[in-house]
Design a protein around this ligand. Structure first.
Ligand code: ZN
Length: 281
């Protein structure tokens, strides 16, 4: 009897130990759970999981600010640079007046699916996650002073054309068109004051044609119609190859013709030499 009791006690202790070991493993440090967390947060910074700082809401669209910046760079700055004109800091299109410029310049597109933060080197699969990271971790770098939201100028700068070119145009609203035209003209006045010399005056006129004339429900011109075309890499490469091949082609033609001429001379000599002498009658 005592032997079977002992057996039962030892079995009980054994099961207790096993179950406590199991519980001990599974709750705080389960390898299964570890792997699961690793999957969600691989530790290379691709999916930031730590609690981010709280930040005040930003009422300036980063996406639309980016579109406005792109339009200014493509459809205005090449003409401004060509005229060697410096935008005054009072101009809302000046680099310093874009709240997001500093952060955008710390954005690195390393690979097709890899965006890196220039401040802390974390990498993300998509640009929108890096944008979120900037909002959460580096928002203190933003200068929130008034009038620095480029997205507010989108109406004047035709951002919708840049964001969604295929979207069908909504019915023209005369009040909105007049408002955008007014904003557009005030930009022309502050960025290119006509009393600041011939360049400013010329660019003022250009700005009105390029951006403001289209803000009309009837008879408005096409916006962003002028663009300085950059020579493509293909064009430059093709020009270099052509320039390199031209001398080769001419030397080949020259050598070929020379060979042909000497061949004819040889032929003539042979024909003269081998010509049978006329027999005397
Ligand atoms: Zn960062």
């Amino acid at each position: 009897m005592a032997g079977s009791d002992m057996k039962w006690v030892s079995r009980l202790i054994f099961w207790f130990l096993i179950s406590s070991q199991l519980w001990g493993f599974s709750v705080p440090n389960s390898p299964l759970q570890h792997n699961f967390e690793g999957y969600k947060n691989p530790g290379d910074g691709r999916a930031p999981k730590q609690k981010e700082d709280s930040f005040p809401a930003m009422h300036c669209s980063r996406e639309r600010s980016r579109a406005a910046w792109k339009i200014v760079q493509e459809y205005l700055m090449p003409f401004v640079e060509k005229d060697r004109y410096q935008l005054p800091t009072s101009c809302r299109l000046h680099r310093d007046n874009d709240i997001y410029r500093e952060q955008e310049e710390h954005k690195m597109h390393v690979d097709i699916n890899e965006w890196q933060c220039g401040y802390c080197q974390k990498t993300f699969y998509e640009e929108k996650f890096l944008d979120k990271h900037f909002d959460n971790r580096h928002h203190h770098l933003l200068n929130r002073s008034h009038g620095r939201c480029l997205a507010d100028l989108c109406g004047a700068l035709h951002c919708d054309l840049m964001i969604d070119a295929k979207k069908p145009k909504s019915k023209c609203n005369p009040a909105a068109a007049a408002r955008n035209r007014h904003l557009c003209e005030s930009l022309a006045d502050s960025c290119f004051p006509v009393n600041k010399g011939p360049s400013a005056s010329r660019l003022h006129e250009f700005f009105l044609r390029q951006f403001c004339d289209a803000h009309a429900c009837t008879g408005g011109s096409k916006p962003l119609s002028r663009k300085i075309k950059k020579k493509s890499v293909f064009y430059i490469a093709a020009s270099i190859i052509t320039l390199m091949l031209l001398p080769l082609f001419y030397s080949f033609v020259y050598l070929y013709q020379r060979g042909l001429r000497s061949g004819t001379r040889e032929l003539k000599r042979i024909t003269r030499h081998d010509r049978p002498k006329k027999k005397p009658y």
